[in-house]
Design a protein around this ligand. Structure first.
Ligand code: ZN
Length: 99
């Protein structure tokens, strides 16, 4: 993979990572909403099921992000080092330019 292809692939993965935040935050909010207040059963379904559903969506989003947001060159995880990657524009593992 040449340098331009790596940068392009990184942009695509980064965009996917940001889009994944939307359902993840939705899942988290659903869990908090269903778990913290005393709701009447909604559509005859216990709020616990909504909390569980929200949590599954959130946990799935985290797992997916960990697997998706990787360096296109060395496949090293960029999540968790995202801030340093943003500052330097380089992979923290192999040092390839990502921007
Ligand atoms: Zn790398």
């Amino acid at each position: 993979m040449d340098a331009d292809a790596i940068k392009r692939e990184h942009r695509i993965r980064q965009r996917r990572y940001w889009f994944a935040q939307i359902p993840m935050m939705g899942g988290l909010l659903l869990t908090v909403w269903a778990g913290t207040s005393h709701h009447e059963r909604l559509l005859r379904i216990s709020p616990l099921w909504f909390a569980l559903l929200g949590f599954v969506v959130f946990a799935g989003g985290v797992a997916w992000s960990l697997n998706n947001y990787r360096c296109p060159a060395c496949n090293g995880r960029l999540l968790g080092t995202a801030k340093r990657v943003q500052q330097t524009g380089r992979c923290t593992a192999c040092g390839v330019a990502l921007r």
